[in-house]
Ligand binder design. Structure first.
Ligand code: NAP
Length: 279
């Protein structure tokens, strides 16, 4: 078997175009474009690139984007104060604080300064609870993007055994919650899991969210399983041994061009959703 490709680039493109249409309609009614503010604390080059990419993409698809840069010596109180100002600003629909923030800054405290109805990156406790409880709310963008990608290919989730490798608060944990909400049977694996290979072998759907190049070996993939690789490691390498996994899987995400583009598209779609609530 050679897996078919879950094309994140094409699926994200369709979502971006739909988002641009919605943004144009809202702009007419609101008298301004839906707006996304990104907050970058410090000088991390990868974070700078991500923020720039998000802002450029926002502008390209009809949103207003504003970038705020704070020095890497900022204190928690300073960053919280800036985010609170944005939370209170009626011209701001969505706020994204690029993570990780410098180590002296209390990241959860900064996230909680984002007003829940502007949390388009889905990082506050309110958004996390909404995902866990199956309520309407903003989703963490990568998990939300993964579900949108699986849905675009109409892959069934109900009753499927989903094995999520990784349990971070922005990725592994929420993607498992969203899959559970869709009636998958979810197993989480992490750094203390015994016999990772044996657990992964039982998966109908594997979501790799670790950050270790090719940790998931091709021969761990059950023939016909669906493989979603959210990992992104230097050299454009995912968390799954791609070529060998593609021999056994029914569907697989490439790296790059799989999960990554869906994340930004979901962020922009959710910013337009946020603007809609202000009409
Ligand atoms: P993270 O916060 O470092 O979490 C990594 C998770 O992997 C942790 O839960 C950790 O377990 C687990 N883990 C580490 N070593 C393991 C092992 N040997 N076996 C099983 N589990 C292991 O990372 P993250 O932020 O979730 O990101 C994960 C990956 O996704 C990275 O490659 C990142 O670049 C990528 N990512 C991509 C996007 C995108 O848009 N495409 C967005 C976000 C992240 P413990 O909890 O036990 O430590």
């Amino acid at each position: 078997m050679t897996a078919r490709i879950l094309d994140g680039t094409a699926t994200a493109q369709a979502l971006l175009e739909e988002t641009a249409d919605r943004a144009a309609k809202i702009t007419e009614r609101l008298g301004r474009k839906p707006s996304l503010v990104t907050v970058l604390v410090g000088e991390d080059p990868a974070s700078k690139t991500y923020v720039k990419m998000k802002a450029n993409r926002a502008a390209k698809y009809g949103l207003e984007s504003r970038r705020i840069e704070l020095p890497d010596t900022s204190t928690t109180a300073e960053v919280v104060a800036r985010v609170e100002e944005l939370s209170a600003d009626d011209t701001v629909d969505g706020i994204l604080v690029q993570h990780p923030v410098p180590s002296q800054v209390d990241e959860p405290a900064v996230f909680e300064a984002i007003r829940a109805d502007k949390d388009v990156d889905g990082v506050t406790m309110t958004s996390f609870a909404a995902m866990g409880l199956g309520r309407t709310g903003f989703q963490s963008c990568t998990p939300g993007g993964i579900i949108r990608l699986l849905d675009a290919y109409q892959l069934p989730l109900e009753g499927q055994h989903a094995v999520v490798v990784g349990r971070s608060p922005i990725l592994g944990k929420p993607v498992g919650m969203l899959l559970l909400e869709r009636n998958a049977t979810v197993t989480y694996c992490h750094s203390r899991t015994r016999d990772l290979a044996e657990v992964v072998r039982t998966a109908d759907l594997i979501v790799a969210a670790v950050g270790r190049p090719e940790l998931i070996r091709g021969d761990w993939v059950k023939p016909g399983a669906v493989v979603v690789d959210a990992g992104y490691n230097p050299g454009n390498v995912g968390d799954v041994e791609y070529a060998a996994a593609a021999e056994r899987a029914s569907w697989i995400t490439p790296v790059p061009g799989g999960v990554g583009p869906m994340t930004i598209a979901t962020l922009l779609a959710q910013t337009v959703d946020a603007a809609l609530t202000r009409l």
